[in-house]
Design a protein around this ligand. Structure first.
Ligand code: 15L
Length: 262
C-alpha cells in the first residue's frame, strides 16, 4: 500500500512510518517541518489545515490510504483545536473523495470520552462522546466527520482512541493506558488492512494487565496487542495526583485544575 502519514515527524509519526516501511508499505510523509535526518521516503512539508495544499499533495501522489497523526497533542483554545483536528481531517477526507483514496486511519484519543467516570465500568467503543477538554471536543468532531464520510462516500475510517503512547509507562494511570511503540504499529497496520471496516472505533492501548478499556473492538479489526505495561510496574513511583487521575478515562485532562477559557 502507498500510505500518506501526516504528522510524520512527530513521536507517533516517526515510529509508525518506520514500522509501516518495515511491513513493506510505501510511505509518503507529511508534516509542517522538514523530514528527520536519514528519511528516504517522499515528504511533503505542508500544513494539513491548508485544504489547497492537501489537494495538491493528493494530485501529485497516487495513494491507497491515509494515516492522520498530525495535530496538537494537548489542550489549547477552541479555535486552535478545531483547526488542528477538525479542519485537517476535513481537508484530508475531501481530497480522499476527490482522488478515490478509500481508507483513513485516525489518531483519535481517549480524551473524546475522557470525562467518562471509571465507576461506569469497562469503557467500550460505544461510549457516548464525553470530552474532557477542547482537545477532546475536537477529537469527537473529527470522528463525527469520519462517520459522515463513511456514510456519505463509503470511506473506510478507523478512529483509534489512543491512550498513552510512550517509550514506557511513567505513571500509575499509564499502567492501564499505555500503548507501546510496537503495538502502535500493529494497531495502525490492522486499521489499514482490516477488510471493509466502514466507520469503526478501537482503543489504542497495549494488552495491559490493568487495562479497563475494551480490547475487543480492536481485535475484531485484527489488532492483537503484544505488550503489557505491567512489566514496568515495579519502576512506577506513587504520585499525589494518582487518585484524581484514576477517576475519569482522561486522567489528568479530566481533573479540576484543567479548566481553560474557550
Ligand atoms: C492524548 O491524546 C494526548 O495527546 C497525550 O498528550 C496524552 O495526554 C494522552 O492522550 C494520554 O491520555 O495519556
Amino acid at each position: 500500500m502507498r500510505v500518506l502519514v501526516t504528522g510524520a515527524a512527530g513521536s507517533l509519526g516517526r515510529v509508525v512510518t518506520a514500522g509501516l516501511e518495515g511491513l513493506g508499505h510505501d510511505v509518503v510523509g507529511l508534516d509542517l517541518v522538514p523530514p528527520p535526518d536519514g528519511t528516504t521516503f517522499a515528504w511533503h512539508e505542508v500544513d494539513c489545515a491548508d485544504a489547497d495544499a492537501i489537494e495538491a499533495v493528493f494530485a501529485a501522489e497516487r495513494l491507497d490510504a491515509v494515516v492522520h497523526l498530525a495535530g496538537m497533542p494537548e489542550e489549547r483554545s477552541l479555535p486552535e483545536e478545531l483547526t488542528s483536528h477538525v479542519l485537517t481531517t476535513a481537508a484530508l477526507l475531501d481530497a480522499m473523495v476527490a482522488h478515490d483514496v478509500p481508507r483513513l486511519v485516525y489518531a483519535s484519543s481517549n480524551h473524546a470520552v475522557g470525562r467518562t467516570p471509571r465507576a461506569d465500568g469497562e469503557l467500550t467503543e460505544a461510549a457516548l462522546p464525553r470530552p474532557d477538554t477542547y482537545y477532546g471536543v475536537a477529537k469527537v468532531a473529527a470522528e463525527a466527520l469520519m462517520r459522515l464520510f463513511a456514510d456519505r462516500h463509503g470511506i473506510d475510517a478507523v478512529a483509534c482512541r489512543i491512550g498513552s503512547f510512550l517509550d514506557e509507562p511513567t505513571s500509575l494511570r499509564a499502567l492501564s493506558t499505555w500503548l507501546s511503540h510496537g503495538d502502535g504499529v500493529r494497531m495502525v497496520e490492522a486499521a489499514l488492512t482490516a477488510p471493509a471496516p466502514g466507520f469503526a472505533v478501537l482503543h489504542g492501548i497495549s494488552a495491559n494487565t490493568r487495562a479497563w478499556w475494551d480490547l475487543e473492538p480492536g481485535r475484531r479489526l485484527g489488532y492483537e496487542p503484544q505488550d503489557d505495561a505491567e512489566a514496568y510496574a515495579g519502576r512506577i513511583e506513587p504520585r499525589p495526583d494518582d487518585e484524581a487521575e484514576a477517576e475519569f478515562v482522561g486522567g489528568p485532562f479530566a481533573t479540576a485544575q484543567f479548566h481553560r477559557p474557550a
